[in-house]
Design a binder for this molecule. Sequence first.
Ligand SMILES: [Ca+2]
Length: 452
Amino acid sequence: MRGVRNRLSFVAAILLASAPALSLAQPAAGTQLSRPPNIVIIFADDLGYGDLGVYGHPLIRTPRLDRLASEGLKLTSFYASAPVCSASRYSLLTGRYAIRAGLNGALMPESKTGLGAGETTIADVLQTAGYRTGMVGKWHLGNRPGFFPTEHGFDSYFGLLYSNDMVRPWVQTDVPMRLHRGTQELPGEVDNAALTERYTEEALAFIRESKHRPFFLYLAHSMPHVPLGVSPRFAGRSANGRYGDVIEMLDWSTGQVLDALRDAGVERDTLVIFTSDNGPWMDMPPRMLVEPRIVRTDAGSAGPLRGSKGTSWEGGTRVPFLARWPGRIPAGAVSSDLARTLDMLPTIAAVAGVPLPAGRAIDGQDIRAFLEGRAPSPAEWFFYYNSGGRLEGVRDRRWKLHLTFPEKGEPVTELFDLLADPSERWNVAAEHPDIVTRLREWMRQFAVELAR
Ligand SMILES: [Ca+2]
């Protein structure tokens, strides 16, 4: 019942929000714009469900992100496809579960693999449609020739090819960490504290240079992945310590991007999406306990959700999702309908009026009508993988089946009513054997489908 009620209130919010705005400037729902909209995806790294003011954090201040939510749509059941970096980024860009490509976990500096030549990314789709495509920030889909962003649909690239902790003393590697522009390595040590500011400058330059034609900007921050880094002018400002400083700086950065869109005169012609690649990092592997130390308060928050990055509990993959597209997405809408990073490629292809890549299995769906408040989300399921690529659960619009694998013996099966119990506290499997059987069969079929 709650899902229905939320959907009704969502529709009501849409009607309220859109009624005064209906005007010549706003095409009727479903019609094509003369020029397809710009697309901006801002992707945080390890930012948890509870880390933003608009998602209930009691101390961290995020006024620009809160305003982005009030000017657009906030989702409360949105999932990154994997609880860890590389697999999650693969899905965002391709609409497919990473297990289809044999990818799981996080690629290391020595990894010889990455995003395959046969893959079609959002950038490929939009580049073909005439968009100018730029990426700034963390790639994490391969750091060798053949795998670079500029070989996967991006006209330009500036950033780090993998995580900001993949350097001594935290990771025992002899591969030097370097920023890249295009495929070229830039000289010099990487200043972790300067990354957010550098990425922001690059993003603003890209917007300024691109305003005369449709553009796609993928701004993938390295923060708040540990080791945390923040510019001196943002240090010590947050009531939530170093982690709060980092999130508040991301909020500032988002504000800079939104201001640049306004100043370029393209605010109304741009779909802006803000989300995260997985839940908050909370483990403390011994390799982190070296100087400079990473401490527990450097971790983010999953809010009321159970678990964290790397796990198949809700906190591993349920993340904030904000979307703004003035005149298209109703302002102030909130929905608990299910949606996923898997849906971004089909949705953006639809927004740009481009057909989906042929001959590829795509796990996501076009949720454009849902984002625009014209329909419920078509998404009916989400499959949960752990950081090692093991299938450990599935949810439908209400129920979640979760398997816990002990060191020995059979997995423990639990069933949660996510509408009543989003914190996954009460196992109700014994009360609903029929639902357990149905969801177990979904998992079995999906495993067979992906093994093909
Ligand atoms: Ca991550």
